[in-house]
Every structure is written in C-alpha cells, then in structure tokens.
Design a protein around this ligand. Structure first.
Ligand code: ZN
Length: 66
C-alpha cells in the first residue's frame, strides 16, 4: 500500500522537511519552501536565489540593521 505522501524540499539547498525545518513561502502566486538555514539568504541575498525562485531578481534585499 502506497500513500501519496510527498515531502517538501528547500528551494535553495533541496534538503527535505525530514532534515531541516522548512518555512512556507508564498511569492508570485506560488507556494514554495525554504529551510531555516537558507532563510537569511532570502532575506539578505535574494539575488542568490535567481534561477531557483521565480522572480528572485525582483526581491529587494533587506539591509542589515546593526
Ligand atoms: Zn535550505
């Protein structure tokens, strides 16, 4: 008996929800997932996700506020 259970994977590093906590994202009318380790990349360096996340080149990076 096979259940149609699909794992979710981080859009950046492709680790699954079994390896890392994944955070649900919605962007450009799509839902995707990113792991807690890659979340800072999305926040501060979204350009690094170009090619992995549609429209990543349009996301403004959040500046560091130290
Ligand atoms: Zn990741």
């Amino acid at each position: 008996m096979t259940e149609a259970q699909t794992l979710s994977y981080c859009l950046n590093c492709n680790r699954s929800e079994e390896e890392m906590p994944l955070v649900s994202l919605r962007y450009a009318n799509r839902q995707t997932w990113i792991c807690s380790q890659c979340l800072p990349v999305l926040i501060h360096h979204p350009q690094r996700l170009v090619g992995k996340l549609d429209g990543a080149d349009k996301i403004p990076p959040v500046p560091h506020n130290h």
